[in-house]
Write a protein that binds this ligand. Structure first.
Ligand code: CMC
Length: 388
């Protein structure tokens, strides 16, 4: 009775109206607020893109300067939050520490619950975007057993993040500008992707009108899962296992026989080349110019070539997705695999918060509460424990 549509995984359900990100999966198009991802990756910075996602328009020079100043001013976290991270086991996963850290931020800013106040919302958004790299870097340093590095507010968003991660392990550390630029591009590409699993989690939890830190912590939890944020790590493991281009044909046969999936290929929405993969492929060249070529690149390129000519992949419209090449870059930048998803969560925070703001200010939105198809018993009489 009262049954609506049965749609597990929401493959055919639009949960909201949104003006943030446009995807045409058949054509391989991705746009933020109408701007093609290729143009943003080529000419913009991550903070400029975050402003665009959050405010709907590109900033003027003054607006960008003010936004950059605000974010920079909020990069430090309370010392007690540092101690909170220090309390984790030495081998705690950085993504779990990040999730807990963002959740804990809500206790430091209890006024965040006033979500009807636009000025207050803006303050919490700024804080979260500013503090994510700091928390991510603290989690990384904690896992490495190294002292935490405080933010350097004289650096750009990406350069500061790299410095907090790698400084002091090399006293002379100064990130190569080409590596900073590559990270900036990766951050832009990962900033939003409309109603993916983590954005949906942020919206579902946010629809209860909880504070934004708690809503974003839910997004981080969703991203932590291997089917969402963890695929680039799996690509690296796969390439390593293949080991040499000679082994590719045998590997492909195994995939076609259904033994395993070609990780970094295929997408629920893209039935064409993922436009982000094209840009990342180019960024690989810039990074490897500095770091030297990752030997796995050759295997990846050959694998892609063979797969794109194979009937199995062609007929199913399986193309490289964003994760096919990103792990190679992260590895070249000396990130351990467990940091890969943190590198996704930091930039995605601007997308999550844009989705959250849109939800909170949309008069049509209601608490997310789907229906179900009940498959259990109907009314039964309680049986006392001695008679069961
Ligand atoms: N390798 C081999 N076969 C595949 C692959 C793959 N990577 N992806 C899909 N297929 C086949 C699948 O077996 C099925 O074939 P058949 O029709 O004969 O049963 C057909 O293609 C359709 O697959 P599906 O599972 O119904 O497609 P989906 O839209 O539910 O899955 C996906 C999308 C991304 C989960 C899937 O393509 C996959 O598992 N890819 C590998 C993992 C990966 O790279 N994930 C990153 C996604 S992008 C970043 C993110 O979202 O976080």
């Amino acid at each position: 009775p009262g049954l609506a549509t049965y749609d597990p995984g929401f493959v055919n359900t639009s949960s909201c109206r949104s003006a943030i990100t446009y995807i045409d999966g058949e054509a391989g198009i991705l746009e933020y607020r109408g701007y093609p991802i290729e143009q943003l990756a080529e000419s913009s910075t991550y903070l400029e893109v975050a402003y665009l996602l959050l405010n709907g328009e590109l900033p003027t020079t003054d607006q960008l300067a003010e936004w950059t100043h605000e974010v920079t001013y909020h990069t430090f976290v309370h010392e007690n939050l540092k101690q909170f991270i220090q309390g984790f086991r030495y081998d705690a996963h950085p993504m779990a520490m990040l999730m807990a850290g963002v959740s804990a931020l809500s206790t430091f800013y209890p006024e965040a619950v006033q979500i009807d106040d636009a000025e207050n919302r803006q303050l919490q958004i700024t804080r979260m975007i500013a503090k994510m790299p700091t928390l991510g870097a603290f989690a990384f340093r904690h896992q490495q057993g190294k002292p935490y590095v405080y933010p350097d507010n004289g650096l750009s968003y990406a350069a500061n993040f790299l410095a907090m991660l790698f400084k002091m392990s090399e006293p002379e550390y100064k990130a190569d500008p080409r590596l900073v630029q590559a990270l900036e591009v990766l951050f832009i590409l990962h900033a939003d992707h409309e109603q993916n699993a983590s954005a949906n989690a942020v919206r579902a939890v946010g629809s209860t009108e909880v504070d934004p830190y708690s809503a974003v912590a839910a997004g981080i939890a969703a991203l932590y899962g291997p089917l969402h944020g963890g695929a680039n790590e799996a690509v690296l493991r796969m390439l390593r296992r293949i080991g040499s281009t000679d082994n590719i044909p045998g590997f492909i046969e195994g995939v076609k026989a259904g033994k395993e999936r070609l990780m970094g290929f295929g997408h629920r929405v893209y039935k064409n080349y993922d436009p982000r993969a094209t840009i990342i492929k180019k960024a690989c060249d810039d990074v490897f110019e500095v770091t030297g070529v990752n030997p796995l690149l050759k295997i990846a390129q050959e694998l892609e070539k063979i797969a794109l000519e194979d009937e199995y992949f062609v007929s199913r419209k399986l193309y490289p997705n964003v994760d096919f090449y990103s792990g190679l870059i992260y590895e070249a930048l000396e990130f351990p695999p467990e940091m890969f998803t943190v590198l996704f969560a930091i930039p995605r925070t601007s997308g999550w918060l844009a989705q959250w703001s849109e939800l909170i200010t949309d008069p049509e939105q209601k608490i997310a509460r789907p229906k179900q198809i009940y498959t259990g018993h109907r009314t039964r009489q309680f049986v006392p424990i001695g008679q069961r």
